[in-house]
Design a protein around this ligand. Structure first.
Ligand code: NAP
Length: 283
């Protein structure tokens, strides 16, 4: 049986819907925090189990009888997130899971600027030391999240963000989900780490140029200071810890922690990846 944690999230749901086309629903376990919130899958025959990354006991129960797990990285920040992900790996070990797929970030490392990259590095190491075979997807930035950090920039052309000339190899969640579902259903899976990226990496200035070219917007990129970005986030009533997370992401971009490009994704899905131009052209 294949289990997906974070099955109620964007990537989890997309992956489940693709797995449903390949595997009998009775062989799929959606692990969610709250069963009430997974209405989409209630009538599909998928087995739904509740567990919280905070609660090892709930994870142990949820992994019973599971051979392959897709461990979706947590949304929790810092030490809390690191501990949660450790709970997931330990529970998989205890349950005798045979293969873990983990959604990491493109440049994990204890010295990375991006806060989540520290958690991902720690989790990757735990998985590699667990004795369980693994597939690690080191995902670049999802293109669908661009509006979260540049607001209306894609629509009004005015991009304010403290990234200097850092590049990002934006990748679509749909393509990642397809690659996850293909890999999870391979007859034999061996341990592998993949960098999962778009075909090309763009600076924000490059995105502004694309917006001019594709949408005729009179687009400009303003490389603002971190202090001004933080002020903007504070005005949106974002708590301090979250502001630190978003600033670390901007610093990670500046340091080109999302700039690498790699062809693995196209090989796994067997077709061209969605490009940033295609995303920008969408209404
Ligand atoms: N590469 C990128 O650009 C990028 C962008 C955003 C996030 N990410 C990372 O990639 C992951 C998947 O992305 P996504 O877009 O699917 O994120 P998402 O929609 O926010 O989904 C995250 C999932 O994780 C679950 N989760 C969080 N904390 C949990 C806990 N304590 N116990 C159990 N489940 C928990 C959430 O459960 P609920 O449904 O109950 O809330 C949700 O289903 C994220 O969690 C994050 O680590 C990457």
């Amino acid at each position: 049986m294949i289990a997906i944690t974070g099955a109620n999230g964007h990537l989890g749901k997309l992956t489940l819907s693709l797995l449903l086309k390949k595997v009998a629903p009775t062989q799929l376990v959606a692990i969610v925090r709250d069963k009430e919130r997974i209405a989409d899958y209630l009538n599909t025959g998928i087995i739904i189990r509740e567990a919280n990354y905070e609660d090892p006991h709930s994870l142990n129960n949820a992994f019973e009888g599971i051979t392959r797990v897709l461990q979706i990285s947590t949304t929790a920040i810092g030490d809390v997130g690191t501990k949660q992900e450790q709970n997931v790996v330990k529970a998989a070990q205890l349950a005798g899971v045979q293969h873990i797929m983990y959604t990491s970030t493109l440049s994990p490392g204890s010295q990375a600027h991006f806060m989540a990259a520290k958690t991902c590095a720690h989790t990757e190491q735990l998985i590699m030391d667990s004795g369980i075979s693994y597939t690690i997807f080191r995902n670049s930035m999802y293109m669908e999240t661009i509006p979260l950090f540049i607001g209306n920039g894609l629509y009004d052309g005015q991009i304010y963000y403290p990234a200097e000339n850092g590049k990002i190899s934006f990748v679509s969640r749909e393509d990642i989900a397809e690659a996850l579902s293909n890999t999870l259903t391979e007859s034999t899976i061996t341990s592998h780490i993949y960098s999962i990226t778009g075909e090309e990496a763009f600076t924000f200035d490059g995105i502004a140029k694309l917006l001019n070219q594709e949408k005729g917007l009179n687009s400009t990129y303003f490389n603002i200071k971190n202090e001004d970005y933080e002020k903007e986030l504070a005005e949106l009533h974002m708590p301090e810890a979250e502001r630190a997370f978003y600033l670390s992401m901007a610093d990670g971009i500046k340091a080109n922690e999302f700039a690498q490009t790699d062809k693995s994704l196209e090989r796994i899905i067997g077709k061209k990846r969605k490009s940033l131009i295609e995303y920008i052209q969408m209404p």
